[in-house]
Design a binder for this molecule. Structure first.
Ligand code: AN0
Ligand code: CP
Length: 315
């Protein structure tokens, strides 16, 4: 594995989950693997968990870490080639990418979908620009299309709490006042496809996700019915994919409640808007796994960094 940009970069999820369990038992076991190496992280968007858990993971491996809030503090970047740069962009990714690869051994990038232009978002201008012009491994800290570190943490958490050979997992759309990206939902679906679970998706009409990701997963429009007998309910808002980036519904009937959850465990990537996405009582209950999910972000990131370091370090 040269880069970690997608769930599909995981060669064997079963093997990775096993290694994640071992790392979690002894997080400092490989404390020298990253000695003398630097992780750089460029954030084009806000973050709490990704920034701190990935930093913690790198520290557990003995790496140095440098973080930059590029979206707020960096030069506005140009991504298209051959442009006469007389607009807002002050620097081209061709220079920026080559410059930072001299400072870091591994580069993490967070660049959300802008949700204005589907084709542009799907070309992943930021992450693909850096991939094209750097020589060092890149880790996706949430791009337009995916959030694989979150998905890996979700898989670890789900496995820790699963008691069945094929648990019923439901990804439910929930309301949100602002248009959100599809990345978390996409990567969750992709990673569930690699696990022995019975996955289904429920959302209002008009919120159908990319067919090439959903594949054969059953899709429902009646939340109450879809949640019946669920073992795990994963809540997430996303904006419309079909009417790209639009908020078509804020219907509060889609909020997750304890009553709807019944016996199911509740999952969400965080940050979560209380009493919009999910009621307080769920987050305060023992059925909520959200804090454990955020803890597992450290071990997901540590596993990914370990793999990338091992690929750089001759054994
Ligand atoms: C982001 C999203 O939905 O992609 C990040 C989640 C990890 N959420 C918000 O912007 C609220
Ligand atoms: N779940 C997640 O990625 O959180 P942050 O946006 O706070 O990093």
């Amino acid at each position: 594995m040269k880069h970690f940009t997608s769930v599909l970069d995981i060669p064997s999820l079963e093997q990775w989950l096993k290694e994640a369990r071992e790392l979690k038992l002894n997080p400092r076991k490989h404390a020298h693997l990253g000695a003398g190496k630097t992780l750089g992280m460029l954030f084009f968007n806000n973050s709490l968990r990704t920034r701190l858990s990935t930093q913690k993971a790198a520290l557990n491996l003995g790496m140095e870490v440098m973080v930059m809030n590029f979206g707020k503090e960096g030069w506005a970047l140009e991504f298209s080639d051959g442009t006469i740069m007389n607009g807002d962009s002050a620097e081209h990714v061709r220079e920026a990418a080559r410059v930072v690869s001299q400072y870091f051994d591994i580069l993490g990038i967070r660049a959300f979908a802008e949700l204005q232009n589907r084709e542009l978002d799907e070309s992943e201008p930021v992450i693909s620009g850096f991939l094209k012009h750097t020589s060092i491994p890149i880790v996706n800290l949430e791009s337009a299309l995916g959030h694989p570190l979150q998905a890996l943490a979700d898989a670890i958490t789900l496995e820790e709490h699963n008691t069945k050979s094929k648990p019923k997992v439901v990804l439910t759309w929930t309301p949100h006042p602002k248009p959100l990206p599809h990345a978390v939902a996409n990567s969750f679906i992709e990673i569930m496809h690699a696990m022995p679970v019975d996955l289904s998706i429920v959302h209002p009409e008009g919120y159908e996700l990319d067919k090439s990701i959903v594949k054969e997963t059953p899709v429902y429009y009646d939340q109450e019915k879809a949640l019946e007998g669920a073992d795990f309910v994963y809540a997430k808002n996303w904006s419309s994919y079909k009417h790209y980036g639009q908020v078509l519904s804020e219907d509060s009937n889609w909020m997750v409640t304890l009553e709807k959850l019944d016996k199911a465990k509740f999952m969400h990537c965080l940050p979560v808007r209380r009493n919009i996405v999910v009621e307080d009582a769920v987050l305060e209950s023992e059925q909520s796994l959200v804090i454990e999910q955020s803890n597992n972000r450290t071990f997901a990131a540590q596993l990914v960094l370990k793999k990338l370091l091992e690929a750089q370090t001759p054994k």
